[in-house]
Design a protein around this ligand. Sequence first.
Ligand code: NAD
Length: 286
Amino acid sequence: METKILWGKELAQETIERIAREVQNFQEEGKRSPGLAVILVGNDPASQIYVSHKERACEKAGIHSMGYRLPSSTSMDEMLNLIDQLNQREEVDGILVQLPLPSHLDPSPIIEAIDPVKDVDGFHPLNMGKLALGEEDIVPCTPKGVMALLDHYGIEVEGQEVVVVGASNIVGKPLSLLLVNRMATVTVCHIKTQELALHTQKAQIIFTATGVAHLIKKEMVPQGVIIFDIGISRINGKIVGDADFEGLQGWANAITPVPGGVGPMTVAMLMVNTLEAYKKRINQET
Ligand code: NAD
C-alpha cells in the first residue's frame, strides 16, 4: 500500500490568496483593512519564529498586523492594560497573545480579558464554551486547520473510531470537541494514559499533538490507519512530528508530513478567523 501524503502547504496558500482577494474587494468598496494585534512577551526563539510566520501571512493576506514585542519583565497589569486598549481600538479586529507566556504571567486572566469577538485564537472561555455546546463560533486555529484538511481530502469522521493523543486546551481538547460535534467516536489519550497502544491499535484515524518525537510507531497502529500529525519537535536540528513518518510508509493509508502538513494550516486559519472577526465588526461600523 502506498501511503498518501496529506500536504497542507498548498491548501494554506490557496486559503491566504482567497482571503487577499476578499480583503481587496472590501478595500475597493472603500472599507479599511482587517487588523490583527500580535503580542509577544519575552524572547522564546520558537515563539519568535511563529510570530514572524503569522506576520508574513498577514502581509500576504492584506491584513494589517500590529506587533507588540514586550520584555519578559512585563507585568500582569501592563498586559491587561494593553489588552484593554486593543479591545477598544476600532481598527483592531483580532488580538493574539503568543503562548507560552513567561511563568509569572498566568495566561487565563489574560485570555479572559480579550473581547470574545476579537479572540481570533478561539481560546476565550466563551468561544470554548460555544465549541463544547456544538455552537462553533471562533474555533482555535490548529484544530480548525485539521478539520479543513479533513474536508479538503474528503476524509469522513462521522461514525469513525478516532483517537486524539494530547489533551491540551489549545489543540487536543478543542480538536476532540470538533470531532465529537461531527459524530466521531472519540478517545482522548494523554500523558497519564496507561497503555497508549491499546487505544491507537483500534483507531481508524489518529490525531496526535504531544510534542514527543516519533511517539506513534507502526507497531502501535492498525494497517490502513490515517494519521494527522500535529506535533512539532526537533531531532538534531531537524523538525519532526509525533509520528514515525518513515516507519509508517507503506503501512498507514495516509499521513500529514511535518513540516508542511498541519503547521501551515494553523497560520492560514488565523487569517480566516481574523477575516471573519473583521466582517462581523465592519457590518456594525457606520
Ligand atoms: P502541551 O504540552 O500543552 O500538551 C501536550 C499534550 O500531550 C498533553 O495533553 C500531554 O498529556 C500529552 N502527552 C505528552 N506526552 C505524552 C505521551 N508520551 N503519551 C501521551 N500523551 C502525551 O502541547 P500543545 O501546545 O498541545 O502542543 C502539542 C504539540 O503540537 C507540540 O509539539 C506543539 O509544538 C505542536 N503544535 C503544533 C501546532 C501546529 O500548527 N502544527 C500548533 C500548536 C501546537
